[in-house]
Design a protein around this ligand. Structure first.
Ligand code: NAP
Length: 303
């Protein structure tokens, strides 16, 4: 039977990838977008398997009508409190009011459940919302995938490509979880179609330490990449607090100080995935850290 799935935040980076993955299956899609945005129409307007529904997260009646009749609501919205807690709370409320049986919140992160209080703003917003999800009469599934591997060549400054260094905090041997955006999107799509999905699905395309990353870079480039101790997770946490205090825009989703908090959670081991189940949806060739770095270096050579 065709499954009908609503994707909120489908116009975003991950959301588009989730839609692409879902379309490989027998599905009918509903894309929820906010009033005033033309992006959904431009992206999905030509696809007859996709319906675009527009509703404000502040309009409970419109939101309930938008989700009404679907089998699963998948959220891929992004932001801080007004989005991760407030907008998703409204979406969850509409999901329950409409009698939709399943809900996937916008988690797609490392394991935020055990982190220390006041150590990672974005994770704590997820944890706060997860408590509301747990209390709601809905079958919920969170996807925990560690850091997006794609960020290693972009926003996450752990590899200093020019200086041939790999930074670490506290321990070069701490295991770090990475999954590419595409692999996370694939798992999300399969979880949306899986009526037996558990409350949390943990996946990791790669589980590597900073030492492994340095070795990989050395092998791929043929020149030594050295490990560089950048301090303890305690000093990094203190730096992130200073960065947060000095920050001019408290509403940014991923400011530099939040990136520091992400590394604190990862390098302290607090956000490490403990129940990775990569085989839940059968054999799959996961894109590794080596694959991503290899592609990045090949791209640099070609340009
Ligand atoms: N693990 C990692 O390393 C990692 C890295 C990056 C992101 N993530 C997570 O992945 C998820 C998706 O992130 P992304 O980068 O794909 O996001 P994105 O590209 O910024 O897009 C998210 C979508 O959210 C919707 N949105 C934005 N502001 C909103 C608001 N105020 N209220 C309701 N909806 C709003 C928008 O859709 P409409 O305009 O159509 O409504 C937007 O297209 C988030 O949970 C994010 O934190 C994880």
């Amino acid at each position: 039977m065709t499954t009908t799935i609503l994707v909120a935040g489908a116009t975003g980076d991950l959301g588009q990838r989730i839609v692409r993955e879902l379309l490989q299956h027998d599905v009918r899609l509903r894309v929820l977008t906010r009033p005033g945005s033309a992006t959904a129409a431009a992206l999905f307007g030509d696809d007859e398997r996709i319906d675009i529904v527009t509703a404000s997260y502040a309009d409970h009646k419109a939101l309930t009508a938008a989700v009404s009749g679907v089998d699963v609501v998948v959220s891929a919205v992004s932001g801080i409190r007004p989005v991760i807690v407030d907008a998703q709370r409204a979406l969850l409320k509409a999901t329950v009011a409409a009698g939709v049986p399943r809900f996937i919140p916008s988690d797609y992160s490392a394991d935020y459940r055990q982190i220390a209080p006041d150590s990672n703003r974005n994770f704590e917003l997820r944890r706060e919302f997860a408590a509301e999800v747990d209390a709601a009469p809905v079958h919920a599934t969170s996807i925990l995938n560690g850091m997006f591997t794609d960020l290693l060549t972009d926003e996450a400054p752990m590899i200093l490509f020019g200086r041939r260094r790999v930074l670490f905090w506290s321990s070069a041997d701490q295991v770090l979880d990475f999954t590419t955006k595409d692999d996370a999107a694939r798992v999300t799509a399969l979880a949306a179609l899986d009526n037996d999905a558990p409350r949390v699905i943990e996946v990791a395309g790669a589980q590597v330490s900073a030492r492994d990353v340095a070795l990989t870079m050395t092998e791929l480039t043929g020149t030594p990449f050295k490990l560089q101790w950048a301090g303890t997770t305690g000093t990094l946490s203190a730096m992130s607090k200073i960065g947060r205090k000095l920050s001019k825009n408290p509403n940014e989703t991923f400011p530099a100080w939040q990136g520091m908090q992400y590394f604190v959670s990862m390098f302290s081991g607090q956000a490490q995935l403990r129940h990775v189940d990569n085989d839940r949806y059968g054999p799959h060739v996961w894109t590794t850290v080596r694959d991503v770095l290899h592609a990045h270096l090949a791209g640099q050579k070609a340009s």
